[in-house]
Write a protein that binds this ligand. Sequence first.
Ligand code: SF4
Length: 226
Amino acid sequence: MKTELLKYFKQYKELYDDEIFVSSIKSSESILDEKPHKKTDPFSSLTVLKNDVINCKKCSLSDTRTNAVFGVGDFSASLMLVGEAPGEQEDLSGEPFVGRAGQLLDKMLAAIDRSRENDVFICNVLKCRPPENRDPKSDEINQCEPYLVNQIDLIKPKLIVALGRIAGKTLLGVDKSLKDMRKKIHNYHDSDLIVTYHPAALLRNPNWKPYAWEDFKWIRSILEEV
Ligand code: SF4
């Protein structure tokens, strides 16, 4: 099966070059093993937490937001994707990762046989948009991060993936480059965490897509480990 997959990837790369996130690639064992880490129903607590976030006024970003963006997806997901903060479209829609970057993320998820509705939860460190998309300030992170920690405690993902350097260094509390944080398994509140490219960065630099694809294949293999 491995040989067939390698052959498929090689052919696909030759055909489509950088556009490698366009197809759901079925693996024989990929989605058959179901979530050994699953836990009791977190739905009620997460619904309460979502209400808290929507009404939160703990920091000044509540004055400028249109919508707080709690996150979307499966409340018992094994994979949690965490970005930095909502952008303009996310602020308007109340949903994380919409627009072109969100569409690319959806394709990347489809390539590992997942979707926003299927075993994935997507959110950000900050739940409200910083004006002009500036970097989050430390006091805003300090106020908002407990919501993310609560989400993790309730969802209990097998793997957290930080999308982009800012999300990675914010969660890990280090000032490192993406290169230094990639390809390593870190720990965040007792969950494994890895760092990969933000889909918006991949749109700006399509030549990074093969490296992101390597990361997503690794993500799939981690999730498939029993
Ligand atoms: S960014 Fe977080 S802490 Fe600040 S108002 Fe929004 S939800 Fe509350």
